[in-house]
Structures are given as structure tokens and as C-alpha cells.
Design a protein around this ligand. Structure first.
Ligand SMILES: [Zn+2]
Length: 318
């Protein structure tokens, strides 16, 4: 299975690489107060010289990014995320079937089977969230939407049953995501990953107590709408993420992304809010631990496997 990180490469699409500078950017100045990257995909390799999982986490630690949520998008990557998190103290896992995968599983007749695996993984130690799930009307045509809704609703139920946070992927589907959350009943901790709305959606999230996780685009010159959302979002609901290897923040837009570049996004947010970076970092770290729990709340299984050079974004977990 081309998507299985356990036996093949999981590579950012070649089309997306055309004309890009594929060298990983230099590390930013370290943060004084650390933060967590609450949404990343370490299994997807990018760049001329891909970084291993251990290299990515070591680089992150060196600039004050204390840990990550490693996010699965299908059965294979969710299982990999849960297995990696179980042995890596700087990682918690999120498990789900991505909204763009759900219609494919539904047509193959395997969506229920997939959801059952997610439900099983949700009960494992160091799995801190169900995600990414939600609705994507940008990449999925109308005929796939019924499967997306069914999958999203099932993930909401799994999150509630296991008392886990929910990470939502919402692309061009704000109204329907909100409507579904209100109709089905949102989990106590609900996160809009890579928040893509404006002030109106931010106000709605504030009313509901839903978290807004900002990624690299908040630092883009043309993203005034996102910064308007940032202005009205309560600080107590802010989170920060990379969504690496995608969405690299300014000043390295277009180059490969990794958790160690998170300080750029945090600094762009602090700049815009005209607040001290350390104060914002302390607030966001406290928010992050409220949403997912502490990274050291459940012990890792201490093996050397997390440092095994064979476990890399290209090599997968043996
Ligand atoms: Zn993602």
C-alpha cells in the first residue's frame, strides 16, 4: 500500500515540489519559553535531504519546541503515530481518517473497518487526540460529502467516548463543520487545526470554547483575515502548529517545514498582537496542556527504537 509508512516512503507530492527551494531552512533563534507543535506529520518526507524523526525532534528541542502531536491521516499513519508516541517522550499521537480519505474508504467498503481501528487506537497510551477529521469541500467533490459527514460524526463520537480532544480539518466548509459540531455535540476540547476562518468564525469559536490553532499562514502577508481572527480570539483558546511539512511560515514560505520552524509562527502572532513572545508562549503552552494533557503524563516504553535510524520519514517503523 503506497500510503503505508511501515513499508514505503510517504513523500510530499512531486508537483508541489516544482520550483521550490528544497533545502531545510536554518534554525531560528531559540524561544525563551517553550511551546508545543500541536499538529505535524513527521512521516511525510520533504526536502533534498529528508530529516529523520529523531533529527526533527532534536532540532525542535534545540529551539524550545518541547514536543509535538504527530497526526495520522489514515489507518497506517494513525497506527504509526500511536506506536511512535508510545516510545518517544516528546510525542503524543492524534489518530483519524482524513476527510479526503473517507470517501475512498467508503467506496472501497472499508470505512467502518477503518473507524474500528481508530477506535481501538484511541484507547492506547499517549494518544492525545482524534484527528485530523472534519470536512473538506475544496478537495472532495459533492458525491464524496456523505462519506465525509459520516466519518466526521463517527470521529466526534470516538473522541467523546474516549475523553480525547478533537482536531478538526475544515477546508471551505466552516458552516457545515459548525453545524455538525452543534448538532452532534462537540467534545469538551475541540480544536480547529490550521484555523482558516475570519473574525466571525473566531467569535463563534470563542462563544463555544473551541480552540483556534494557527499555522504558518498567519504569518503570510496576504492573510489579513487570519490576523483579524487572531485579534478577536481569546488568548485562552489559542494554539500554534506547523502542519509540517506543509505551510512553512514567513520568511521561509515554500521551503520544507518542520516543527523547529514553529518559533517563526509564534513570533508573527506575538508581533501582530503586540505582546511579548514569552508571555504568549506561556499562555499557549498552558492551553496546549489543558487540551491534550501533559506530554509526560503517561510513560513511554523505553526502548532505543525511537532513535533507530531505520525509523525515518522515508523508512517508516519497522
Ligand atoms: Zn495536517
Amino acid at each position: 500500500m503506497a500510503n503505508d509508512p511501515a513499508n514505503s516512503t510517504h513523500i510530499r507530492s512531486r508537483e508541489a515540489s516544482a520550483g521550490r527551494d528544497l533545502v531545510y531552512p536554518p534554525a531560528p533563534v531559540p524561544l525563551v519559553v517553550g511551546v508545543y507543535d500541536n499538529h505535524t506529520h513527521l512521516e511525510i518526507s520533504d526536502g533534498i535531504t529528508p530529516l529523520s524523526v529523531a533529527e526533527q525532534l532534536d532540532l525542535a528541542s534545540s529551539v524550545g519546541v518541547r514536543g509535538v502531536i504527530q497526526v495520522g491521516t489514515d489507518v497506517a499513519t494513525s497506527r504509526w503515530s500511536a506506536e511512535m508516541a508510545a516510545r518517544e517522550p516528546r510525542m503524543l499521537a492524534a489518530v483519524a481518517i482524513h476527510p479526503n480519505e473517507a470517501p475512498e474508504l467508503e467506496s472501497a467498503g472499508t470505512l467502518d473497518e477503518g473507524l474500528a481501528v481508530i477506535d481501538e487506537l484511541a484507547g492506547r497510551p499517549r494518544v492525545g487526540a482524534i484527528g485530523e477529521t472534519g470536512l473538506d469541500f475544496f478537495r472532495t467533490a459533492p458525491e464524496g460529502r456523505a462519506a465525509q459527514f459520516r466519518s466526521f460524526e463517527a470521529h466526534i463520537e470516538i473522541a467523546k467516548r474516549h475523553g480525547l480532544a478533537l482536531q478538526i480539518h475544515d477546508r471551505d466548509a466552516h458552516d457545515e463543520v459548525v453545524e455538525t459540531l452543534l448538532r452532534v455535540g462537540a467534545p469538551a476540547r475541540t480544536v480547529f487545526h490550521c484555523f482558516s476562518g475570519g473574525a466571525e468564525l473566531a467569535r463563534l469559536c470563542a462563544e463555544q470554547g473551541w480552540y483556534l490553532s494557527f499555522a504558518g499562514p498567519v504569518s503570510f502577508k496576504n492573510a489579513a483575515t487570519l490576523r483579524e481572527a487572531l485579534d478577536v480570539a481569546p488568548r485562552s483558546l489559542l494554539l500554534v502548529e506547523t502542519d509540517a511539512p506543509y505551510l512553512t511560515p514567513t520568511p521561509h514560505r515554500g521551503r520544507p517545514n518542520a516543527p523547529y520552524l514553529l518559533p517563526h509562527t509564534l513570533r508573527a502572532m506575538a508581533d501582530h498582537l503586540q505582546t511579548d513572545v514569552a508571555v504568549l508562549a506561556a499562555q499557549i503552552t498552558s492551553n496546549t496542556e489543558l487540551v491534550y494533557g501533559r506530554w509526560d503524563a503517561e510513560p513511554v516504553v523505553l526502548t532505543d527504537t525511537a532513535r533507530d535510524p531505520r525509523i525515518s520519514p522515508a523508512g517508516g517503523l519497522a
